[in-house]
Design a protein around this ligand. Sequence first.
Ligand code: MG
Length: 370
Amino acid sequence: MKITKLLAYQVDLPLHEGRYNWSGGKSVAVFDSTVVRIETDEGVVGHGEVCPLGPVYLPSYAAGVRAGLAELGPHLIGADPLSLGALNRLMDSRLKGHPYVKSAVDMACWDILGQRAGEPVSTLLGGRHGEDVILYRAISCEAPEAMAARVADYRAEGYSRFQLKVGNDPDTDIERIRAAAAKLKPGDRLVADANTGWLPHEAMRVVRAVRDLDVYIEQPCATYEECLSIRRHCDHPFVLDESIDDIGTLLRAHADGAMDVANLKISKFGGLTKTRLARDLCVEMGVAMTLEDTWGGDIVTAAIAHLAHSTPEAFRFTATDFNSYVTRDIADGAPRRKNGRMAASTAPGLGVAPRAEALGEPALVIDRAA
Ligand code: MG
């Protein structure tokens, strides 16, 4: 099989809640997502999606996806989408770094492979574990009482895992964590995700001030070394996210005992192929995972569902259903949250069919080899 055409579509994804706020006053109102469509000489068509969390979360940005695809795309014409290892090596040999650019291409090729095999991507990634996947709800940074109220509201929707966006003023963050923790019920899990927002002295104050609470601490500081230092001074379960962006950092963090949970985002690693490797290493090393992406709509959510559903349940700390945060449905067949959980599609491939009217005209069409 050969890739004959690559198209990219720009899609705006507004939020039901209007805005999403996280550390350092950072905020997004409308997410800028890119859907990739890959056509082949055998008529099989695959789709992928990538959506950076704005331009200042990771070294990635929405327009950079499209610019990167314009650079990379001509090298993919004529390549075999079924040979995912070779395809990833080809992408890495033609564009150094920029894993997020490659993520939607790799995802679309998994969709093609699944359709060709007649199997859902979750089967190809290792097989389904359990009936469904437990989701977490990210709680946008607001005043402490408003965030605590959200915990109760989201529990009413079926969620039992709550990720508070903190990483702003440490005194208010302590109040945020305390107010939210007061709303927890048995079996709930609370994560305080500072998204690199605290300096080490601030992080030290926060973890001391909430020491009596059952709360996970996620990525308190900007650098790996700063996070490791906080980790060694606190006894909360500890999650690393922004610092874990490739296999090398994952192995180093495990060797240093720097985390209990790793947050694996598909586009951070550059697609499902490399995230599967990270996932499988975490299972071997005994590290639980949050399985997700930097944001997205129906196609990203479908890919997360396949990755998470094919991960042994004991290692699935949680996952995300981004398509329930945004107001636009861009594909049919995507998983829909039910009682705080979602299940991967059992249809071949990713199991999604993008809606032509939601995608509009392509922002990029590549049908000639480099
Ligand atoms: Mg995080």
